[in-house]
Design a protein around this ligand. Sequence first.
Ligand SMILES: Cc1ncc(COP(=O)(O)O)c(C=O)c1O
Length: 390
Amino acid sequence: MKQFEMNQTMTELPKQYFASLVAKVGALVKEGADIINLGQGNPDQPTPAHIVSSLKEAAELPQYHKYPPFRGYPFLKEAVVEYYKREYDVELDPEKEVCILFGGKGGLVEISQCMLNKGDVALVPDPGYPDYWSGVALAGGRMEMMPLKQENAFLPNYNALQEESLKKAKLMFLNYPNNPTGVTAPKEFYDETVAFAKRHDFCVVHDFAYGGIGFDGHKPVSFLQSEGAKDIGIEIYTLSKTYNMAGWRVAFAVGNASVIEMLNLYQDHMYVSLFGAIQQAAATALLSSQTCVEELVKKYEGRRNVLIEGLQSIGWDVTSPSGSFFAWLPCPEGMSSEEFADILLYKAHIAVAPGRGFGESGEGYVRVGLLEDEDRLKEAVDRIRNLKLF
Ligand SMILES: Cc1ncc(COP(=O)(O)O)c(C=O)c1O
C-alpha cells in the first residue's frame, strides 16, 4: 500500500503528551491491576434524566431528521440568551452574539483558524489545556506562553509579556475555573484583562468550560460580566461539564459580534449544524431547574474535601481547588512530574496527569481529577500514605 504523506501543517501538530500515560494505564489494567484513575478529565456521572428524556422525545420528531438550519435552531440561541441573563445578568443578541458549537474544543480550535494569519501570535496560558496549541498550530500561528505561577494565584502576569509579542498578538486564551490548576479568577482580573486587551488590540477568548463548578458557595464569574468585555472578546461555554454531556458534543460561543460572525462563517463551510434533537435537549438543560448542577457541585466539593483533607493529614502540603474538578498538587522536592506520576502509577496503582503535559510551567505538579467516588479517593490517600513520601 502506498504511504501518502501528510502536509507540513499536519506533521507540525503538537505531540499528544498524554498518549503514553493512557498506554501505561491500559497495560496495567490488562494485567488485572486495580488502578484508581485520576488522570483524565472525563465526567464520571450520567447526564441528568430530564435531559436524556428530552433527547429521546426529540429524536422521534421527523423535523429533526432533516438538515438542521445552518448556524443552529433559533430556540437554542434564545435559550443561551436566557441562560446568560439568568445566571450572569449578561444581555446577548441571539442572532449576532451567539454561535452554536460542536463542543468547546471545536470552537477553541476554530477560533485560531478564523483569526490568525501565519506568524501571528496567540497568548496562551502555561500550564493550560492543550487544544489551544492544536488550533494555533493548524493556523500556522505562534504561541507566546503566559506562565501561571502559584505566587500570582495562577493568573497570568501581563506586565511580564514581551512588547514585541504583544504587537503581533491577535488572540489571548484564558480559562477560569482553570484546568489544570483548579483556581478561579476574580472579576477584577477580567476588568484588568479587558483594559489590557483594548490597549494592545487583541481578542480575548475566555474558555468557561468549568463555569458551572465553583466551591464554597462561590459562583465562578463570567468574563462577559466585565464592562466592555463584549467589545474585545468572546466566552466559550460547554454543556460537557455542567450537565455531564461530554459525549453529546454541544457548546456555544457568546460575545463580540464580529468574532461570532467569523465562527459562524467558518462553520457554514465545515458543517450544517448539530442534530436538532441534541439542540432541543441542550435547550432543556439550560432552561430547566438547575438542581442537578447544584447536586453535582456538592458531589465534587465532597470529593475535594475528602482528597485534600486526606492528603494534608499525611503531611502533603496541598492547596484546595476553588473550582473545576481538578486538584493541582506539588511533586515531592527534586522529583519531576513524570517521575512522580510513574511512582504513583507503578507503586500505588494511582494514575495522575504529569503537569509537564500542560506546558513547561506545569513541571513540578501533577493534576488529579475528582472523578472517582469518595471511597476510592480515600483509598487513594491510603495508598499514598503507604508510600511514605511525605
Ligand atoms: C479547559 C477545557 N476547555 C475546553 C474543554 C472542551 O470540552 P468540550 O469539547 O467537551 O466542550 C475541556 C475538556 O476537557 C477543558 O478541560
